[in-house]
Design a protein around this ligand. Structure first.
Ligand SMILES: [Zn+2]
Ligand SMILES: [Zn+2]
Length: 285
């Protein structure tokens, strides 16, 4: 590889690492404070222990993914730009339009990837770890199995030259994903504003339905940032009273599945029937 390309890749990989490290920590502090000040479901027992388990998973993922995919992402985007590969490079668009289109394409891809995680049994084995959290709060936003992240990261490396993404597109999109996913997983309510905001982005009341223990609700509201994907695909669902929702997967609700090691083992458990046929009715408070 050309030395200038390596130097650029080193610089951009370092920037990526800083951005990916600072944004989640600052937002986590913000939403944790909001949950403490005005929780929707209220303080739960063992809140710190629950957070510690989810954040241990997040730290483990960040270390492995940063080491494996940080440089690879910078190198593939540099190669894509140098050779002007992909859809966005083929279109003659003004800078801001191109940037917005890149964000929309990445979000559309995330919708498809999330749907695939629910529809394809081998992917669901990994994704079910995100859904096995019985006490959803801001730390649930970081609770994804390493295997799911590796699958998403590998596919995205292939998508970069196909669609022509630049590194800063990915950095900006990832920062937005962190901001919006922490917001819609947090144990908070924005009251009536949720109704208007969910016309545009995924809100706490919209994403809570996705964590229901009832499969018809779990298999809905797949969007990450823009809620329009669920509206276009007919997968948008809503419960008028979010307080009646029960979170988690009954089979993985036992404490043994909520530890760091239990979460890592979740994909390899027996392939049990997914969810009960009746919606949960008791309040999770
Ligand atoms: Zn899901
Ligand atoms: Zn979620």
């Amino acid at each position: 590889m050309h030395s200038a390309l390596i130097a650029t890749s080193d610089f951009t990989a370092a920037s990526l690492a800083v951005a990916k490290g600072a944004v989640p920590v600052l937002l986590l502090a913000l939403f944790w404070g909001w949950e403490s000040w005005q929780p929707f479901f209220g303080c739960r027992p063992a809140r710190f222990q629950h957070a510690a388990h989810n954040l241990a998973i997040a730290l483990f993922n960040a270390l492995i993914l940063g080491l494996v995919f940080g440089f690879a992402t910078a190198a593939v985007t540099a190669w894509t730009s140098a050779n002007q590969l992909g859809l966005l490079n083929a279109l003659d668009l003004a800078g801001p339009v191109r940037f917005l289109l890149a964000l929309v394409l990445l979000d559309g891809w995330m919708y498809l990837w999330h749907r695939a995680n629910h529809a394809i049994p081998i992917l669901w084995r990994f994704h079910r770890m995100h859904h096995s959290d019985t006490r959803m709060d801001v730390t649930t936003a970081t609770r994804f199995h390493l295997g799911e992240h590796v699958g998403a990261s590998l596919l995205r490396l292939g998508l970069i030259p196909l669609l022509g993404f630049e590194l800063w597109n990915l950095v900006a999109y990832d920062a937005l994903v962190i901001a919006v996913t922490q917001f819609h997983h947090a144990d908070i309510s924005i009251g009536r504003a949720d109704r208007w905001l969910r016309l545009f982005i995924v809100t706490p009341f919209m994403h809570k339905v996705h964590h229901s223990d009832w499969r018809p609700e779990t298999d809905s509201n797949y969007a990450t940032i823009l809620s329009i994907w669920d509206r276009l695909a007919g997968t948008f669902q809503f419960r008028s009273d979010s307080r009646t929702l029960v979170f988690g997967l009954p089979v993985f609700g036992e404490p043994q599945w909520q530890t760091w090691w239990g979460m890592l083992k979740t994909p390899f458990a027996a392939n049990v029937s997914r969810l009960p046929t009746e919606p949960g009715v008791q309040s999770p408070t």
